[in-house]
Design a protein around this ligand. Structure first.
Ligand SMILES: [Zn+2]
Length: 105
């Protein structure tokens, strides 16, 4: 059996690629990773080759796109919920604060 695979996502590194592969597996979607086992010297190559392409069967693309967009939404919401540290006084500020509560910097 030969299934057609298509690149659905370019992971920044193989760590992220494996994370997404595992995520898709939870939804019974088999994926393939491409580009993580490069045997050529990385130093001579553009940074983009460190990316790992994630491929899924063509008939799974629609579902995979939904899963990945949920994943990306989660990433950005986690990021925005983080406290931030004031660079002047090192106090922690809740994400809703634009300026430091302590020194108003
Ligand atoms: Zn401060």
């Amino acid at each position: 059996m030969c299934m057609d695979y298509e690149i659905i996502y370019k992971a920044a590194n193989s760590h992220e690629a494996h994370f997404i592969k595992g995520l898709l597996k939870q939804y019974s979607i088999e994926s393939k990773l491409l580009g993580e086992n490069l045997s050529i010297g990385v130093g001579e190559l553009p940074v983009s080759v460190l990316q790992v392409d994630i491929l899924v069967p063509k008939n799974r693309i629609k579902k995979t796109k939904i899963i990945i967009s949920n994943y990306e939404n989660n990433l950005s919401s986690v990021e925005s919920k983080k406290n931030w540290e004031c660079i002047s006084c090192k106090e922690q500020n809740p994400p809703s604060f634009d300026i430091c509560w302590n020194c108003q910097d």
